[in-house]
Design a protein around this ligand. Sequence first.
Ligand code: SAH
Ligand code: F3S
Length: 433
Amino acid sequence: MGKKFYIETLGCAMNVRDSEHMIAELTTKEGYEPTDRLEEADLILINTCSVREKPVNKLFSEIGVFNKRKKAGAKIGVCGCTASHLGEEILKRAPFVDFVLGARNVSKITEVLHRPGAVEVDIDHDESRYAFGEFRTSAYKAYVNISIGCDKKCTFCIVPHTRGEEISIPMELIVREAEKAARHGAKEIFLLGQNVNNYGRRFSGEHPKTNFTELLRAVSEIEAVERIRFTSPHPLHMDDAFLEEFADNPKICKSMHMPLQSGSTRILKAMKRGYTKEWFLDRAEKLRRMVPDVSISTDIIVAFPGETEEDFEETMEVIERVRFEQIFSFKYSPRPLTPAQSYDDQIPDDIGSARLTRLQNRHHEILDEMKRERIGKVVDVYFEELRPGGQAAGRSDNNMLVIVPGSEELLGRTLPVRIVEAGRTSHRGEVVA
Ligand code: SAH
Ligand code: F3S
């Protein structure tokens, strides 16, 4: 009987890819097989997120439950960003944990597995040239990392402390990986980094000067690649050349994530985001002019320390003007190791909650107006997964989630679909014969 592992992945797309890397290492080098039944696993991994406080608190109660349910002798490993920032402390608070593996150390999974009590959380560790084994969750879409770490110092954000300094992955490795995935049927390539459009600022070792726009062009030249997505770009680095490539390159999907964080220039400065409200609006409005069908998503933090009613109104004004198709909105959460946690003027929780509710309500009203215009439209959908009840789901070029009656024969194909019903996050449609 082969050994089995169970893995839970929290957080962002980068974590999803890190989990795929660990799965690849475990299956190709250690002969493990995946299971979705915790009780039969010989190894239990939890790949954690530490961006906000809540998931971190939940972690300890969750691994306690894992420890009770696991079979005798099974190992538990805590991986990812919370592993990076708590390190040893995890073993102190939960002595039954077998090892702790940081977000920048996932290549060491096969090693820590055999070292009880191992804590590998070095944020200077360089995995930018590491050749991971092959594993992909989806046959139709491939995540490809383009950099590790983040060099920005946004004052609310713990990521630079858990993933370390930013190093770009050599372009030839990225192109080779994308080529291979596409040849195996993943026609959509999803480029990943904490700050993708900062690509090329630093490599480990010699590398010719380049940038994200050139990388996009190189990936789009791979014949088998039909669609390119990426996350997350930073509004500061959205120069004209990048916007033009985005607009003109037919393989680049027309959905852009533009993490605003705040609409107040004063707060943006306190966050050290490097752009102003005017710059953000200029970029978003330019994008809407250049790509009329574009969908724009964003991240917003309300109640950052010192945020006044006037500052918050400026955020509300930006959402009126840009009319985002999707908003990931959060109440500010003070994080260890970050400058903003020690700012004096922290905002009371009830004010934060009220602002969050107001923002989300207004966003929903805007979405309800926009979604009516979508009914009857025909969009090209690339089908990626089956849904219960004889349905298939996929995304339009501009990232609308569309569900149609259908089965396996739709998967991996791009077909025209008429939208018959539009919700805030998903749409029902029928394939146009
Ligand atoms: N570079 C990544 C950022 C990762 S964190 C990106 O641009 O997507 C993802 C989002 O979580 C951030 O954009 C921010 O909106 C939110 N976030 C980060 N730290 C936070 C904090 N301390 N409190 C609340 N939200 C936070
Ligand atoms: Fe965090 Fe800012 Fe980097 S949000 S991940 S420090 S771009």
